[in-house]
Design a protein around this ligand. Structure first.
Ligand SMILES: Nc1ccn([C@@H]2O[C@H](COP(=O)(O)OP(=O)(O)OP(=O)(O)O)[C@@H](O)[C@H]2O)c(=O)n1
Ligand SMILES: C[C@](O)(CO)[C@H](O)COP(=O)(O)O
Length: 219
């Protein structure tokens, strides 16, 4: 059994408002991820800000859970409700993730968890006070994305250990790495970027519009 936890409980501090409810080509951002997984996995859990629990009406079969202060807290809230042997965690702030990525990453094989990620393309510099300190070897550097999938029991154990230690990370795979579990990688997609700043939304809109034009022309 596979559970999907969709994270939509952020504050959007860098974006300037709760971006999950902002319309992207006429549809709230969180719906892009929800519509992709609904009916395709055994369980779907949508994590929302406590004050917005009644704001969204969801199709039958989707469970609403209230989020926490940090992303990691929200994942744990969703995880406590999940029943699957495998859980897929995805940021609704990545509305262009293809459903194929969810399928691919959920096949854990010999790993305790798997992430989607893309190799870094640009030259990496360490900078301090406006000056280059050094160039960082990029040959083994990948950018982590979601969806990420995990053995539910392992992820739960890692979350409890991190909570006890007061350790916070920006993604769940970091917790498995910290406690010695094996995390595999599936190549993600450059299209699956995260909407963090307002300009990312403009880019996503342009991409979606160009896809629609492409569909009309080819039909
Ligand atoms: N307490 C939180 C914080 C984040 N998220 C979710 O985690 C994903 C990735 O987080 P990020 O881009 O950092 O979103 P925000 O936390 O909303 O942005 P910011 O850090 O700028 O406030 C988003 O889908 C966001 O809704 C969450 O569910 N609960
Ligand atoms: C989980 C994540 O999407 C992987 O890239 C990301 O780390 C979460 O967002 P944030 O920008 O670190 O808040």
């Amino acid at each position: 059994m596979i559970s999907v936890i969709l994270l939509s409980a952020g504050e959007g501090k860098r974006f300037g408002k709760k971006k999950q409810f902002v319309e992207l080509c006429g549809k709230p951002m969180y719906l892009y991820s929800l519509e992709k997984v609904i009916g395709r996995f055994d369980e779907v859990i949508l994590v929302l800000p406590e004050e917005d629990m009644d704001r969204v009406r969801l199709p039958a079969g989707v469970q609403k859970v209230k989020g926490g202060k940090e992303r990691q807290d929200s994942v744990l809230e969703g995880l406590l409700e999940a029943k699957g042997d495998v859980v897929i965690v995805h940021d609704c702030a990545r509305p262009l993730a293809d459903v194929e990525l969810f399928y691919k990453v959920s096949k854990l094989d010999a790993y305790h968890g798997k992430i989607t990620a893309v190799p870094v393309r640009d030259t990496l510099k360490e900078v301090a006070e406006g000056m280059v300190v050094k160039t960082i070897d990029r040959s083994n550097v990948w950018l982590s994305q979601t969806p990420q999938a995990f053995d539910r029991r392992v992820l739960l154990e890692c979350h409890f250990r991190a909570r006890n230690e007061g350790f916070y990370a920006t993604d769940d795979a970091t917790l498995l790495e910290r406690y010695g579990y094996r995390v595999g990688v599936v190549e993600g997609s450059p299209w699956n970027f995260k909407i963090t700043y307002p300009e990312d939304l403009l880019l996503a809109e342009k991409l979606l519009e160009s896809m629609k034009i492409g569909t009309k022309e080819s039909s």
